[in-house]
Design a protein around this ligand. Structure first.
Ligand code: IPM
Ligand code: MG
Length: 356
């Protein structure tokens, strides 16, 4: 198969981790007779510096023309002083919206080799951690109006949280469908004791639920969910939630699995074209030092093959190669443990490639 992949290296450690994912993709392509063509796209701080805009229209167009998008990370201290609409993160939000990617899947899965790296007690970790955060990605408070005004001699800021029924319904369906391929459990996480948007979420979920009688459905307030994720993560299979709660809970979920550097994500809309990125940020403190963990990005590339390109066998091979590298004791600094071998970003990419 021939596929065009729009590649956004981005800022901080972005370019380093994307290099390693491409190494792996090229090796898989060679092995299976595929051709991947990479179209470089500027987004984030690098685009601000070059084009004065975190996502110029021409760059969004390249992503829309590609078969899928692979992203490293964007943002950094250099651009922190900029007003909201001009910040690197805004490029990412606009890309997600511009591509219609409302469904963000973030797996929280413990790799047994990394059990020691989890900050949770062994008695909790032993029960297993394997759940999926299904995060609504292009609505909610991140996309409502953001405003700061002068009122009675002081600054007053508002961020609007808005959800329409159709936006809830389409992500709700993704959650139920995802659960059907897993352990058949959906937990809707919200703040329905306070927020109208959450009460609407529940109403829509109740409407969908009878269509999925084989899926066990429950609801949980987000504050309690944050607690349950560290108290007993084994209770979760699929968590479905809004944009902001999903952002927060997926970081928490990644930490208990050992390292945020390991977690990939997929963002999809109605078609097969998606965007794939690790859930971590641009880590400017270690950028350019060959210290980053490329596995979150490598696994994101595997998700791209599985979900957008229908290449399940190829995706399985990448995941198995990662597993083998971990079995062989190779660790980047974020997940280093006693008795293991510390490797840099490029060496980890080489190690995974060699085990394909
Ligand atoms: C993430 C990030 C982004 C988000 C930021 C960079 C806008 O935190 O992908 O989780 O909040 O969605
Ligand atoms: Mg986040």
């Amino acid at each position: 198969m021939n596929k065009t992949i729009a590649v956004i290296r981005g800022d901080g450690i972005g370019p380093e981790i994307v290099n390693e994912a491409i190494k792996v993709l090229d090796a898989v392509a060679a092995k299976h007779g595929h051709t991947f063509t990479y179209d470089e796209v500027d987004m984030g701080g690098v685009a601000i510096d070059k084009w004065g805009d975190p996502l110029p229209q021409a760059m969004l167009d390249k992503c829309l023309a590609a078969d899928s998008v692979l992203l490293g990370a964007v943002g950094g201290p250099k651009w922190e002083g900029l007003p909201g609409p001009q910040r690197p993160e805004k490029g990412l939000l606009r890309l997600r919206a511009g591509m219609g990617l409302y469904s963000n899947l973030r797996p929280a899965k413990l790799w047994p080799q990394l059990a020691d790296a989890s900050p949770l007690k062994p008695s909790i970790v032993e029960k297993g951690i394997d759940f999926m955060v299904v995060r609504e990605l292009i609505s909610g408070i991140y996309f409502g109006e953001h405003k700061t005004v002068e009122q009675n001699g002081e600054q007053v800021a508002t961020d609007v949280m808005l959800y329409a029924e159709h936006e809830i319904e389409r992500i709700g369906r993704i959650a139920f469908e995802t659960a059907r391929k897993r352990r058949h459990k959906v937990t809707c996480v919200d703040k329905a004791n306070v927020l109208d948007t959450s009460r609407l979420w529940r109403a829509v979920m109740h409407r969908l639920q009878p269509e999925y009688p084989d899926v066990e459905y429950s609801e949980m307030f987000v504050d309690n969910a944050a607690m349950q994720v560290v108290k007993d993560p084994s209770q979760f299979d699929v968590i479905v939630t809004g944009n902001m709660f999903g952002d927060i809970l997926s970081d928490e979920a990644s930490m208990i699995t050992g390292s945020i550097g390991m977690i990939p994500s997929s963002s999809l809309g109605d078609g097969t074209r998606g965007m794939y990125e690790p859930i971590h940020g641009s880590a400017p403190d270690i950028a350019g030092q060959d210290k980053a963990n490329p596995i979150g990005t490598i696994l994101s590339a595997a998700m791209m093959l599985r979900y957008s390109f229908d290449m399940a066998a190829e995706a399985d091979e990448i995941e198995a190669a990662v597993n083998k590298a971990l079995d062989d004791g190779l660790r980047t600094a974020d997940m280093m443990a006693e008795g293991c071998t510390l490797v840099g970003c490029a060496a980890m990419g080489d190690a995974v490639t060699a085990r394909l």
